[in-house]
Design a protein. Structure first.
Length: 553
């Protein structure tokens, strides 16, 4: 169906002045897992074979409307945007920044940038002036596209204030804008003449620069190519059994790696309808899944929790929903059981990160391997557990998680000093993990999240999973609390269902009943309404650490 791969006569030209090293090219040639296609190759195939099929259904919350676009209708927008970006001076290798929620304009912009060889820089809608000034300035974007107003915040006014500080930023385009800066006027209108550039991205050129989500310190601009991203999509589709017959619902922000890659790119790769909404509301999500016969969805555990515990959810017509892929945080077993009972679906688990895409996933065809792990390696990536001297450890031993493979990113934008990939392709993820005898991966925690109490390492993730089994608990996180004698003690931050009361004594007695060692028990409980999270649902433990630094037993 795909025909001949596009010409890739300059495979090492990532971006102007940035080259892909020969060792990486040789390693990938031996592996043979890079597809040597770009996303628009797949889009054009569906456009030519079934132009009137639905490509995208996007719900807009502030208007209560849905936009449904066929491949043919979406293609018109893509071509107009591509031509107008060219008219406005965007050249191959230039960066286009866009800070948009999950709306059809985001998808059209991505495809248009690929058509003209531009690099996409998607930005989370939650980012404000400080983040945008750093990120848009660092990538040197010529154009920034933002909504006029989103969730009662004036993005247009914020973007306008950026231009004096960012000399490379030539244009600010406003979705729903009323002036000459309007998205409709500047990008959607059919150009009078000048066609779009024919300089489409090649498979090994940088497709996107995406900044890490901010669960740690300064964000880093992770660079990926079409080959690195498509390789992980192909491997994941093969593992979890998603096919061209599925209908996908995407609650995760498109501007997050998970939503960008396994939402937009996966749907285009398979040619399946993508259903989404711009503001997360469980009631709206359930209505959309009912209306459009959604079969597959994914996201962090909070998304699944909101659906599984939604009132009267068993009375809703969600019989088509067969699979939910959970990633981004450990999924409580009680939540998985509740979702499977309410929907009759399978909950699979995956582990990944912006730099690598999804690394491992459980297998619907191998239930014997269990759901208590993060699955085993995808074909696009291999993992190993090593000690402090980088010697590989045997099954059952916890150590540093290193990964390598076709999905490994190609660098941090303008920060080559941070690119911790060795000559053999191994990348230190910063995670602590172990494997069982079957090769299934289990994340123990982040190195920075380690709690060391009197010289004893606390198994943070294991304790958090046990706490999640308490019926009162909605979400929980273990954080190190400084102690003058032991160095650190364990503080549990917990949010309960419907603000149910919970005491430290109850938590301790529950954990002791599960056979947990006494030195692993929390010694302080902080009840909170919600844990701080990134827009994609990851708990921001660094914020909790800042709070815990002021606590005592």
């Amino acid at each position: 169906m795909m025909g001949s791969p596009p010409d890739n006569s300059q495979p090492s030209d990532l971006m102007p002045g940035l080259m892909l090293d020969d060792m990486r090219l040789e390693r990938e040639a031996r592996a043979g897992f890079w597809p040597n296609h770009v996303l628009t190759d797949y889009f054009d195939a569906w456009l030519n074979s079934r132009p009137n099929d639905t490509a995208l259904i996007a719900h807009r919350t502030d208007q209560g409307t849905e936009t449904r676009l066929t491949y043919a209708e979406l293609d018109v927008h893509v071509n107009n945007i591509a031509a107008n970006l060219t008219r406005m001076g965007v050249q191959p290798g230039d960066v286009v920044s866009y800070q948009l929620p999950n709306r059809w304009e985001f998808v059209a912009l991505l495809l248009a940038c690929i058509r003209i060889g531009a690099v996409s820089n998607p930005l989370m809608p939650i980012f404000r002036r400080r983040e945008l000034e750093f990120m848009v300035g660092r990538v040197g974007a010529k154009i920034l596209i933002v909504p006029a107003i989103f969730r009662n915040f004036d993005h247009a006014a914020m973007a306008g204030k950026l231009q004096p500080a960012l000399p490379a930023l030539e244009h600010v385009i406003i979705v729903d804008g009323q002036s000459e800066q309007s998205f409709a006027v500047q990008l959607l209108a059919a150009p009078a003449s000048q066609p779009a550039s024919n300089a489409s991205l090649t498979p090994n050129q940088v497709l996107k620069v995406m900044y890490t989500s901010g669960t740690t310190g300064e964000p880093k601009g992770v660079m990926h190519t079409s080959n690195t991203l498509l390789s992980t999509i192909i491997a994941l589709v093969d593992r979890i059994g998603v096919t061209g017959k599925d209908v996908m619902f995407v609650p995760t922000p498109f501007a997050h790696s998970f939503g960008f890659v396994y939402g937009i790119m996966l749907s285009v790769h398979l040619g399946i309808p993508l259903v989404t909404l711009d503001v997360w509301k469980p009631a709206t999500a359930i209505t959309l899944m009912e209306r459009h016969g959604v079969t597959f969805s994914f996201g962090t555990p909070p998304f699944l929790s909101d659906l599984a515990y939604f009132p009267s959810v068993r009375q809703r017509k969600l019989d088509n929903l067969r699979l939910f892929l959970a990633s981004g945080a450990p999924i409580p077993r009680a939540l998985a059981r509740e979702a499977e009972r309410n929907f009759g679906l399978k909950v699979e688990v995956a582990f990944g990160m912006t730099e690598l895409g999804i690394v491992s996933a459980t297998d619907p065809a191998r239930p014997d391997l269990g759901r208590d792990s993060d699955g085993y390696d995808l074909a696009s990536c291999e993992t190993r557990i090593v000690d402090a001297e980088r010697r590989e450890l045997p099954p059952g031993s916890a150590g540093s998680l290193e990964c390598r493979g076709s999905s490994t990113f190609v660098g941090y934008h303008r920060r080559p000093d941070l690119y911790a990939v060795d000559a053999e392709g191994w990348f230190d993820t910063g995670d602590l993990a172990k494997k069982n005898a079957a090769g299934c991966l289990q994340i123990v925690g982040r190195k920075k999240d380690i709690i060391i109490r009197g010289g004893e390492n606390i198994p943070v993730v294991e304790v958090e999973k046990l706490i999640h089994e308490m019926p009162q608990v909605r979400e929980a996180a273990l954080i190190a609390m400084p102690d003058p004698r032991l160095g650190e003690r364990v503080c549990a931050y917990i949010a309960t269902h419907a603000d149910a009361p919970l005491s430290l004594t109850e938590v301790v007695e529950f954990l002791e009943g599960r056979g947990l060692a006494r030195q692993y028990l929390p010694e302080r409980l902080e009840l909170v309404e919600d844990l701080p999270k990134t827009p994609s649902g990851k708990i921001q433990k660094y914020l909790l650490r800042e709070q815990a630094a002021r606590l005592t037993v």
